[in-house]
Design a protein around this ligand. Structure first.
Ligand SMILES: [Zn+2]
Length: 291
């Protein structure tokens, strides 16, 4: 499942590549994945992209007038490709873009001059592909009220990497959540963007067991969980900026310390990594250095 670091890379890259371009066409090749009408989909043509950004585990395309929100869920992935090349199977949505008048001034610095950036007069496409069709694309025309589950009032907390999420804010927000740390980190109403993989990584970085209850943490452990959250996400983003482009549909996870590394040596203490799989849902951790 794409999480905050994965979608941050996609959002930054797509913003640099596509902002200021007009949409030439949008086609729902798997209409069930799209929440909106065919008329609303055609009305995207001609609108320019003002920004592409991430919020929690959603990717948001802001246009002149309307907005497109994608919740990729488990298996949704985004490809940036030249027009007229073959679409991958299970493609649910294809959006074609025209010329880029100017690179957006607020593009992430790492994207500027990148080899994978389409030329200004290229006609790139985004293909949104989802083999399980669990994800959804929401068309949000200006003036139309269409709820997006997970983005509603009270459903989504601050992004885990939001500058406004200071240590003080973290200490206050975490008081409402007495339960297991892994569930707490994955709770989007607490902080947004963290899922199964990065919750394991953050617990490992904080040297805390994922099934440990927050109510048992000392004050300094609460603070360490905050520091580990910031450090883990920041470091993953830096790695993915190098590793992911131009294959934005790939999910790069091999550099993680413990998640899905059951049986391998913990990179910090050498103990074999433990793995629990209740209902096929994997939790990985190290009994040697997490307490
Ligand atoms: Zn260890």
């Amino acid at each position: 499942m794409p999480e905050l670091p994965d979608l941050t890379i996609v959002a930054e890259a797509f913003h640099g590549a596509l902002a200021t371009r007009p949409i030439l066409s949008a086609e729902a090749t798997a209409p069930l994945a799209v929440r909106g009408t065919p008329a609303e989909l055609s009305a995207l043509s001609g609108q320019r992209v003002t920004s592409i950004r991430r919020r929690g585990k959603f990717l948001i395309l802001e246009l002149d007038r309307d907005r497109l929100v994608v919740n990729p869920m488990l298996t949704g992935r985004f490809q940036l490709a030249p027009a007229a090349t073959k679409h991958p199977t299970k493609t649910a949505l294809v959006v074609r873009f025209g010329d880029q008048a100017a690179r957006p001034p607020d593009a992430a610095p790492w994207t500027s001059g990148a080899e994978w950036l389409p030329a200004p007069d290229a006609r790139p496409e985004i293909r949104y592909r989802d083999p399980t069709q669990m994800g959804k694309v929401y068309l949000l025309p200006s003036g139309v009220e269409r709820p997006v589950p997970g983005l509603g009032e009270g459903e989504i907390g601050p992004d885990a990497d939001d500058v406004g999420l200071t240590l003080d804010v973290w200490r206050t927000r975490i008081r409402r959540h007495p339960g297991e740390l892994k569930n707490l980190l994955r709770n989007q109403s607490f902080v947004a963007g963290i899922g199964n993989a990065y919750s394991d990584e953050i617990c490992h970085a904080a040297r805390l067991l994922p099934l440990r209850k927050r109510s048992t943490l000392a004050d300094e452990e609460v603070d360490e969980l905050y520091a580990a959250t910031r450090r883990t996400l920041e470091s993953a983003i830096a790695t993915l900026r190098v590793r992911v482009p131009p294959t934005f549909e790939a999910q790069v996870r091999d550099f993680l310390a413990v998640h899905l590394k059951g049986g391998q040596a913990c990179p910090r203490c050498g103990t074999r990594v433990s793995e629990l799989k209740p209902g096929g849902f994997v939790t990985s951790f190290c009994r040697g250095c997490q307490h």
